[in-house]
Design a binder for this molecule. Sequence first.
Ligand code: PMP
Length: 399
Amino acid sequence: MTIFDKFQQLAEARRELEQSCDSFFNIVMQEIVSGTEAVVKGRPMILAGSNNYLGLSFDSDCIDAACDAARKEGTGTTGSRMANGTFSGHVALERELAEFFNRQGAIVFSTGYVANLAMLSTLVGPGEIILLDADCHASIYDGCRMGGAEVHRFRHNNPQDLAKRLRRLAKRNTTVLIVAEGLYSMLGDRAPLAEIVAVKEQYGAYLLVDEAHSLGVLGANGRGLAEEAGVEAGVDFVVGTFSKSLGAIGGFCVSNHPELNLVRYASRPYVFTASSSPSVIASTRMALKLLQKRPELRQRLWENANTLYHKLQDLGFAVGPEPSPVVAVKLEDKAEAFALWSGLLEHGVYVNLVLPPATPDGNCLLRSSVSAAHTPEQMERICQAFTAVRELTTVVQAG
Ligand code: PMP
């Protein structure tokens, strides 16, 4: 008996997957050429699964800001915000985030995962209730577990089911926090946020929305789905990440509840980890400025999103329910998913292959995400690659 015996099943599953598709575990970006191109196995690759929605990871102003900050303040804070890790950049970014979202307060966390862990484990605890959309991200589930609140799920994007559960829970007479996402990360569908807010208000609950994939993507000013749906006042807490449209790493929560500031003192994922490096904070601050100054990036992102979504739909692929910068193809069969994913690699296009149980409905997903930085030529090459592998599916299905 060894400590690793419990990994046997995992090892076998991995061996089996490796036999079907050896590249799956061995993708290394040997060289990063730009926000949309890399070299993999010596071959140039268009990156079409990077969440780099506005293409800002290679923006020269963001890079300059990061380099300057590293030179002035060093490569890391080497400490938690509570000990020695609050630098003036953290405070400035919190102020800028609060201003951008028109909220009273903001907290910056080391990653989006940590932001969800911190907020969910601290806001609600034993004796209180969380009602979360069944398709919420793993970081939301983990935060719920960590806080010890009672967790109930409502059916994905189903406000009627949410209302039914709230009705049943009303007699418990305790605090309820509803959790949903803006744009869902796997299929790129939007939450019906106006309806969710109406239900929340009817039952006097609180609402936290994770706008990880909608910051910079949705809303006239890029503030996300709550802005697009016109319901920002009904959302108590907005959580997000710097790792997607802002091209860096980190997370945040903004709110109008003045007590948000107290979360800092009660939250283990805030207190017991090192704060973000000066370079990360500096590039994020610059990216947040550019997100506001350059609305054409959002426009280009949506042009690319519509191009890919409609192309894949025309090719007969089972895409998600609406056009979005996340364009997912659902496939029932693992072998087919591997064949298509490998085929796309051979045609120089990298997308995400997502397998159950990480997918919402038990299907395999070829998940693409487009960027404002994809050129028309790159979009054409991505579309051509899908056209080429579409033929391959017929072969796989027939064979
Ligand atoms: N929330 C959602 C909805 C996400 O998709 C992700 C990351 N994919 C996170 C949170 C975590 O963000 P980060 O990568 O910054 O930890």
